[in-house]
Design a protein around this ligand. Structure first.
Ligand code: KG4
Ligand code: ZN
Length: 336
């Protein structure tokens, strides 16, 4: 009888410790331990993240096995996030995965986190190729042209801050806790997106820049607070709606330009910011206008999770792309 391809996947690149079991490309379990310890610091504290991963990793892996109903001796391979991310955090996951694979004498698969965000689309649905994916996370903003599962090219990206970082920084200016992106989204739902105008930065080709809008929101808030202390609290919904409107417009303008120029109609968004309701709604409208098939991952696969590492591991397994034990975690490795 043909054995299932059972992959244990580990994600630990930033502040979520996650483990998943994937069987023949199907997600059997996906456990995520979110680290709350960073909230009061207004951003991820790398040292605290590494320590929390150390505490979380064994319970998260045990929970993933228990949920999946898979035994350790039924595993075929171990996949893990090798890059990019916080080096201390990556080391916890990579050392764990290497030890696990070595102890069970099964193949080890190293996965690039950004490639995994794109392949999260192939967990539930199967876009056809060529597929164009806008990956928007806390550390990256990229337009990725996917010619095949493991054949991808970054055709545009941010030249400075990531879109998620812009959401989080604006939230911080408004006194909201980290990560502020989901809170900006929440307030934006009640606000007027046209009340305040912020500049749309125009970069060359398919590139982005988000540092300008951050600075302009900062100066705007400083000036308004001088005239009316309490301006931020009174207008938080309109500020969030107007900032979100501008960020979404910038993100989608470039995506539309790339899709039109390349003649691609299979379009998706990925990464933490793809959970944003404004982005999701506007992309659907843009898709209808242009005749695209639009792919939006379920929320659990937008932000960091091990299921996306597992699905990438599965495609690498099918191609025989294994890592040896000398593979090292990397904070900045490129991939496409
Ligand atoms: O992909 P991700 O979980 O981690 C990284 O690889 O960076 O993305 C995290 C980012 C954070 O900046 C967070 O604020 C943002 O995704 N985010 C959102 C929303 N949910 C998460 N930004 C805007 N609206 C949301 N609903
Ligand atoms: Zn991510």
């Amino acid at each position: 009888m043909q054995k299932n391809i059972n992959i244990l996947a580990i994600e630990s690149s930033c502040d979520e410790t996650s483990a998943a079991i994937i069987s023949d490309g199907k997600v059997l379990s996906n456990h995520i331990a979110t680290q709350r310890v960073h909230e009061r610091f207004g951003g991820v504290v790398p040292e605290l993240a590494s320590r929390a991963h150390m505490q979380n990793i064994i319970p998260v892996v045990e929970a993933a096995f228990a949920d999946a109903g898979v035994q350790k001796n039924e595993l075929t391979a171990v996949a893990f996030t090798q890059a990019p991310g916080l080096i201390g955090s990556l080391l916890v996951g990579s050392c764990f995965a290497k030890s696990f694979a070595q102890a069970l004498n099964i193949p080890l698969i190293s996965v690039h986190h950004m490639q995994a965000h794109v392949l999260a689309h192939f967990i539930k649905e199967k876009p056809s190729f060529p597929f164009l994916c806008l990956t928007v996370s806390g550390g990256h903003t990229q337009i990725v042209l996917c010619k095949d599962y493991l054949d991808m090219e970054i055709i545009g990206e941010t030249i400075d801050d990531a879109a998620g970082e812009a959401f989080d920084k604006v939230a911080k200016m408004l006194g909201l806790p980290y990560p502020g992106g989901p809170l900006v989204d929440k307030y934006a739902k009640e606000g007027d997106p046209h009340r305040f105008k912020f500049p749309l930065s125009e970069m060359k080709e398919y590139n982005y820049s988000f540092s300008g809008i951050k600075t302009s929101v900062l100066y705007f808030l400083q000036a308004e607070e001088k005239k009316d202390p309490g301006f931020k609290e009174k207008n938080i919904a309109d500020i969030c709606a107007s900032v979100q409107f501008t960020l979404v417009k910038m993100l989608l303008n470039k995506l539309e330009k790339a899709a039109k120029n390349l003649g691609i109609t299979q379009i998706g968004i990925a990464g933490g910011v793809s959970a944003n309701s404004g982005l999701r709604k506007s992309l659907i409208e843009m898709g209808q206008k242009n005749g695209w098939t639009v792919y939006i991952p379920p929320f659990e696969y937008c932000t960091d999770n091990a299921a996306m590492i597992g699905i990438t591991g599965y495609y690498k397994y099918l191609k025989g792309e294994f890592a040896d034990l000398s593979v090292t975690a990397s904070a900045r490795a490129t991939w496409a």
